[in-house]
Structures are given as structure tokens and as C-alpha cells.
Design a protein around this ligand. Structure first.
Ligand code: 13P
Length: 254
């Protein structure tokens, strides 16, 4: 069984939102989400670390879960500047994004390192949202299937992970923040590949796979109605409550 059968609408706020603007956005998403059928949709908000505590407090008792955007491989210790999975859990987080392409690129995180983080996160009781995705060069060279396959093999821990305690997010790097998206056929092809990999690894194709990269209210319905797309991981459009909720509305229509 996958983690959930509901559509997952997840927002990655990245390094945005100071305290008061962030709190306002959380409150406004909480209010607007009442228009969405709880039995069909699960919301996740991943604000920066500075807002995790406040978000968890504000969203208690709602169907909006809170997630971090990263965590360390270790649970505690002399790792200046880092945050552990245990700490996120302690503040009420249920999820953590790991291996986002921005961390792979700017923080030089490798798939092996991401797998260690994911193992620690699962042990702490968090659901890691493990990101995979090819960059433009790889796509232009026709290497996307190979890249995704390798990232899947190496970024998902061989210990601890099951089909129901992780979520995969396919985020083509060239589609992030650019307004460009792959064709629907291409999205389907990659999501099928991830299902096949899941079948090999976990003996089930039943795993949650999100699509991320320039998801907007205007393209959400087409993307979210693809059979093997379990939800969306949204960057820019998750910073406006109208857009974030409009994407969830679109997924209800499919
Ligand atoms: P955009 O939705 O802004 O393209 O960002 C996607 C993303 O990186 C989510 O993790």
C-alpha cells in the first residue's frame, strides 16, 4: 500500500517567508482549504525551519501536514548549523523533503548521502519526500530514464524504506521555476519507470509519486489526472494561497 490514496498537494516554500508573512500564508491556506474535500486530498506544507513550529501549532487538527525541507544524516551531535529529523518530528513535522535538486546542485549532496538522510528520517518517524530529476543537459542527451533510474537506486535507502513510508517526487530540474513542463506523455513515462523500480525494490507498484516543476492552476488538471501521478510538489505557486488551493481544486475535478 502507498502512504495514502488521496491526492497529495505539497508546497515547498524554499527559502521564502519571514515569520509574519509566513504565518499569514499558513492561516490563509488553512481557511481556503476548507473548500477542498478532505477525503480526496492531503495537503503538505514545507516551510523553512524557522516556521515549522508555528505551522504545526496553527495546523493542528487539520488535514494539512507540515514538513521540513532537509534534515541531517545524524540524530544529534556536533554538526553546527544542521537540523535533525528528530528535531523536526519534535516540532510536529510529519514529512521531510530530501534530495531536492537545489540541494543536490548547491550543497553538492550525492544520492548516497540522501539515502542516509532518508534512513534517519524514517527511523525518526518522518515520511521522506525523496526527489529525483534530470537536468537539461541530461534531458537533451536523452539520458533521463538512466538518470532517474540511478537516482532511485542510490537515493532510496536499502534499509528502512518501504512503499508506504516514503514518497517520491519527480522534478525535472529544467522545469523548476521556468514555466516549462515535460509533455504529459513524458511525465507518464518517468512515473511508469519509477513504478517499475518500485516493483523491483518493494514488490509493488503502489507507491506515491508526485510531479514537481512549474505546476500552476492552469496545468494542474492535466498533470494530476495522469493515472500514475499521486500529487504535486509545488514551489512558486505554493506561496500564494489562491494558487495553491486552485491546484487542489483542479485535482478534485479530474
Ligand atoms: P516550481 O513550482 O516553482 O517550479 O518549483 C518546483 C519545486 O522545486 C518544488 O520542490
Amino acid at each position: 500500500m502507498s502512504y495514502t490514496t488521496k491526492k497529495i498537494i505539497a508546497g515547498n516554500w524554499k527559502m521564502n517567508m519571514k515569520k509574519s508573512d509566513g504565518l499569514n500564508l499558513i492561516k490563509s491556506i488553512k481557511e481556503a482549504s476548507k473548500a477542498i474535500d478532505e477525503s480526496k486530498t492531503e495537503f503538505i506544507i514545507c516551510p523553512p525551519f524557522t516556521l515549522i513550529d508555528a505551522a504545526s501549532e496553527e495546523l493542528k487538527g487539520t488535514n494539512i501536514g507540515v514538513g521540513g525541507q532537509d534534515c541531517h544524516t545524524q540524530t544529534s551531535g556536533a554538526y553546527t548549523g544542521n537540523i535533525s529529523a528528530d528535531m523536526l518530528k519534535d516540532l510536529g513535522a510529519k514529512f521531510v523533503i530530501l534530495g531536492h535538486s537545489e540541494r543536490r546542485e548547491y550543497e553538492k549532496e550525492t544520492s548516497e548521502y540522501i539515502a542516509q538522510k532518508a534512513e534517519t528520517a524514517i527511523k525518526a518517524g518522518l515520511i521522506p519526500i525523496i526527489c529525483v530529476g534530470e537536468n537539461l543537459q541530461e534531458r537533451e542527451a536523452g539520458l533521463e530514464l538512466k538518470v532517474i533510474s540511478e537516482q532511485f537506486d542510490k537515493s532510496i535507502p536499502t534499509n528502512e524504506a518501504t512503499a508506504d513510508n516514503i514518497i517520491i517526487a519527480y522534478e525535472p530540474v529544467w522545469a523548476i521555476g521556468t514555466g516549462k513542463i515535460p509533455t504529459l506523455e513524458d511525465i507518464e513515462k518517468i512515473h511508469n519507470l519509477i513504478q517499475e523500480k518500485s516493483q523491483e525494490r518493494f514488490k509493488t507498484k503502489d507507491i506515491n509519486i508526485l510531479y514537481g516543476g512549474s505546476v500552476k492552476p492552469t496545468n494542474a488538471k492535466d498533470i494530476l489526472s495522469l493515472k500514475n501521478v499521486s500529487g504535486a510538489l509545488i514551489g512558486g505557486a505554493s506561496l500564494k494561497s489562491e494558487d495553491f488551493i486552485a491546484i487542489a481544486k483542479a485535482s478534485e475535478e479530474e
